[in-house]
Design a protein around this ligand. Sequence first.
Ligand SMILES: CC(C)(COP(=O)(O)OP(=O)(O)OC[C@H]1O[C@@H](n2cnc3c(N)ncnc32)[C@H](O)[C@@H]1OP(=O)(O)O)[C@@H](O)C(=O)NCCC(=O)NCCS
Length: 219
Amino acid sequence: MSTIIRLAEERDFDRIMDVEKAAYEKYLQAPIDVFEFRYHIHPEGFWVADLDGEVFGYSTCMRMWIDPKFPPKTREDAIGYFSASDGKMHGLGLHHNPEGNTLYGMSTAVHPEYTRRGVGTQLIRASQRFVIDNDMDFRLAGLRMAGYDSHCKRTVDMSAEEYIKLRDYTRDGQPYEGWQRLFARNGFEVLGVEENYYPEDIASRGYGLLMLWQNKRES
Ligand SMILES: CC(C)(COP(=O)(O)OP(=O)(O)OC[C@H]1O[C@@H](n2cnc3c(N)ncnc32)[C@H](O)[C@@H]1OP(=O)(O)O)[C@@H](O)C(=O)NCCC(=O)NCCS
């Protein structure tokens, strides 16, 4: 049994939707037409994790241009977004640019039965490999901060900016926030936190986190 990361195909959509429904709370789930749209505009940036023919994870990305001197501060600046609350796409894909210097991760998910086995990391690395192979500059990620609310309730209330500075020194000194830790381990750095990222996302108190990885070309 071995996991491979491969490009998505149309036949994978039913299984991708199973992963979406299992991985995200209902109000964060994207409908199938959003995945079809992403596949349609950028199939080269849509990967799945496949274990002996069974898809149990996916990652969708699109290309955009950012000015290295003025990286975006919000997801809406970067790419637009899908809102589950009104069921509409807000600018999604309008900025997809086949010549873009940056790969933006629209969504990544692994079925909960398969998490914490390195599959999310493999999907992120596939996207970084794409950036390198296409001589691009950046991989941009917009993340939930899904440990934020529970941490404040367990300990003490703090701002989102304070929360993302927390480190887990009982382990490896990496960021305390799980989603942030995953990307930090893969070389991403924080650009900033964003209020009203997903207002419906109670676990993140509606906040999101933008992180950037730079393709440091060998000279
Ligand atoms: C985020 C996600 C894709 C990670 O996939 P994965 O296969 O578990 O990732 P890996 O095994 O490569 O890395 C594990 C790391 O991911 C993070 N992570 C995974 N599951 C997590 C969870 N339930 N809570 C917090 N962090 C989590 C942690 O940093 C973890 O490291 P740790 O084990 O040292 O805590 C997966 O948990 C998922 O699909 N979550 C729900 C969907 C989602 O919110 N996706 C958006 C990401 S912004």
